[in-house]
Design a protein around this ligand. Sequence first.
Ligand code: KG4
Ligand code: ZN
Length: 333
Amino acid sequence: MTLGIETSCDETAAALVADGAILSNVVASQMDLHARFGGIVPEVAARKHVEAIGYVIKEAVDSADKKLADVEAIAVTSKYGLIGSLLVGVAAAKSLAYTLKVPLIGIHHIEGHIFANIISNPKVPMPHVCLTVSGGHTMLVYVKGLCQYEVLGNTLDDAGGEAFDKIAKFLGLGFPGGPVIDKVSAQGNRAAFNFPRPLWRSKTLDFSFSGLKTAVVNMFKGKERSTLPIPDIAASFQEAVVDHLVSKTVQAAWRKGVSAIGVTGGVAMNRRLREVFSDVSRQERYKVFFTRPDLCSDNAAMIAAAGGARLGYGDIAGLDLSAVPNAPLESVA
Ligand code: KG4
Ligand code: ZN
């Protein structure tokens, strides 16, 4: 039974997972706190993690009807995220691993998202290509096997979710922007504006969203907001993002010769993205596996699951485990 701890961004999360089954999955979101700033404030996030972490871990254990003494391993997000936030989870995990005398496993945040997809779809074949797209990251990974990775593409500037958040802010739709753009777009015409498709002709499997964002802003800058066709702009922008994400992912799957695609991360909840990927699944030779909606956003069940897999390979960290904000995604040795 693995206790997972995740504090890489603005969610304080703890979960108990045993043999791939989620026994509890507790997430304390700071979203409302950051909403008034229009984005995440790292200092505020770190302080809130300190306040919440003890309660969240206790709730994860209590709600599974277990005791801390039942925990056999502790997995924590130690790589990739905000340094102040990561440090809180890592310190909590180390203290618990020391006190309970159980193995400690450090997990890369993106590996967690990949495992969110694997536990959502236990039959997802290996190898497959996995797209992780959220507020903090956009990454294409060739998943050769459990804990075996090759990174194929990354964002060159903003993350996909960040682009949603910034355009929503520009349109006066609030934070977080993804869900509201998703909703407003349902009333809009996605062909109303032909926004540029980033890196369209390029062979790269990387992503870029800042040029698209600038194109949208430049087209409507200085215009009275109440006169703007908000649903049409939202739907056309969303279409460009979805096109960009789907085309690079399909290209990656084709190049790697795999027939399975996983989609995970906060933006994986987007209805148009799911619709277009479902079309791909129907028309082409690819089967697309979506992450369960409750596991798309940051959570600790995905970290516990990744920890369980790494523990199987004997990949145990020492109590000198440190938090690394920008570490690469690495395969197990
Ligand atoms: O995975 P997540 O909760 O946190 C990070 O690791 O960043 O992702 C949050 C991001 C936000 O940028 C949010 O706007 C976006 O996911 N998001 C969506 C949708 N729901 C959440 N983006 C597009 N459509 C959605 N339905
Ligand atoms: Zn994430």
